[in-house]
Design a protein. Structure first.
Ligand code: ADP
Length: 397
């Protein structure tokens, strides 16, 4: 007992260690049990000292422990019972009854007599650390999974973009083909139409007086239909030209385009006693012929869609921040708000205007011209309250 007391005194300093400490001799008798282990296990030092460790922890008799401990008593290298493989050597619980996960190192300590050793158990409570590692692993796995999902989403997005680009390319090619077809058809239709129109005129003159009144009326129908068809074909050709024509860029006063457009519309201006109010416009860079065509179509519509009123037309110009906004405003019949974007599509005519002559292509041409100049076109209108077409011109495309 005296020997044990002297040993106790030797190890007493470890009572204050936050690590569980236990010392056993080569007969597996407990010679030291520190306060930390007493707190964790509820087994007091006085109950254990001098007793066999196997009495309290019989599982340590198993070869996986015993073989390694015997090696320690021969002065062998330290051995580790890791938390991962053993969880705990001295079963102990936290306040919430959760078992303390332990990392135990057993070291040989010289026992005084030559060649004899004690086994010193140093037990670390790694419960919190193990939980943290577990949480960290869950977070890491989640991040890896999210990263993987993000990569897959990016891959899918890229595939969709590639697909879209391919479709766009195909669409562009189809548009070019369609445009060529439009050009060829509208161009080639002109000659037979001219023949039809001239022979109807000759027949209508009826030099030998052989046609009945009914036949003459039918000829009148043919003449009118040819006229309509001629207008349609002409507009189709213009639409095609507005896309195909290479841009002839120069700097010129925009007023010149308005002058030229008004000149070609002079007879309608006079016929309808239209009043044109002009804002002074500045110089721009663009294709003069196309921009003149743009004004001609917009002013032409302003003269056309007025019913019985005298047209009051304003050639407008405003600056909004860095953006210059040009426009043509009228006091005409206006456009129902539900049609304000579709009227720019080819052949789109609004019901209320179907008795006014036209082919529904003029605004599609305007849109093409503005877009080729890097701009936008839109309309502000109210049914019965006049119409204001506005457009911007950016960089030439
Ligand atoms: P078109 O004049 O040959 O009918 P457009 O493409 O120029 O063809 O115009 C499309 C349609 O937009 C017209 O049929 C008409 O319904 C409407 N529209 C165009 N300009 C005006 C305007 N100034 N006032 C009222 N409606 C308009």
């Amino acid at each position: 007992m005296n020997k044990i007391n002297s040993i106790l005194n030797k190890f007493d300093i470890w009572d204050h260690s936050p690590i569980g400490m236990c010392v056993i001799d080569e007969t597996y008798k407990i010679v030291f049990w520190n306060q930390c282990l007493a707190d964790w296990t509820g087994l007091k030092k006085t109950e254990l000292i001098g007793k066999s460790l196997f009495h309290f922890y019989p599982q340590l008799k198993e070869p996986k422990y015993k073989v390694r401990l015997d090696n320690i008593f021969n002065g062998g290298a330290p051995t580790i019972f890791s938390a991962k493989l053993h969880k705990y050597v001295f079963k102990a619980f936290l306040h919430n009854n959760e078992p303390r996960i332990q990392h135990t190192t057993v070291t040989a300590v010289p026992a005084g007599e030559e060649g004899t050793y004690y086994a010193l158990f140093a037990v670390e409570d790694v419960t919190e650390m193990t939980h943290r590692i577990k949480e960290y692993k869950i977070m890491r796995d989640k991040a890896l999974k999210e990263n993987q999902q993000r990569k897959e989403a990016e891959k899918k997005l890229q595939e969709s973009l590639d697909e879209l680009e391919k479709t766009n390319h195909e669409l562009e090619e189809k548009n070019i083909e369609l445009d060529q077809f439009n050009f060829i058809v509208s161009h080639d239709l002109q000659a037979p139409l001219r023949t039809l129109s001239s022979f109807s005129k000759i027949l209508q003159k009826d030099p030998e007086n052989i046609l009945s009144a009914k036949s003459l009326q039918y000829l009148e129908y043919i003449k009118n239909a040819s006229k309509k068809m001629h207008l349609l074909i002409n507009n189709l050709l213009n639409l095609s030209k507005s896309t195909r024509k290479t841009i002839d860029e120069s700097v010129f006063p925009l007023d010149q385009c308005v002058d030229d457009a008004l000149l070609s519309l002079q007879s309608q201006v006079e016929e309808k006693s239209a009043h044109i109010n002009r804002e002074k416009l500045q110089e721009i860079s663009g294709d003069k012929i196309l921009i003149t065509q743009l004004y001609q179509n917009l002013i032409g519509n302003a003269l056309k869609f007025v019913n019985d009123k005298n047209p009051q037309i304003n050639i407008t110009f405003n600056v909004n921040g860095d953006t210059k906004i040009f426009g043509v405003k009228d006091n005409g019949i206006g456009i129902d708000s539900k049609f304000t974007s579709s009227i720019f599509e080819p052949f789109k005519r609004v019901n209320s205007t179907k008795y006014i002559e036209g082919s529904g292509i003029g605004l599609a041409i305007c849109k093409k011209i503005v877009e080729r100049h890097g701009g936008n076109i839109w309309v502000e209108s109210q049914l019965g309250g006049g119409t204001h077409f506005k457009f911007t011109l950016g960089n030439i495309n």
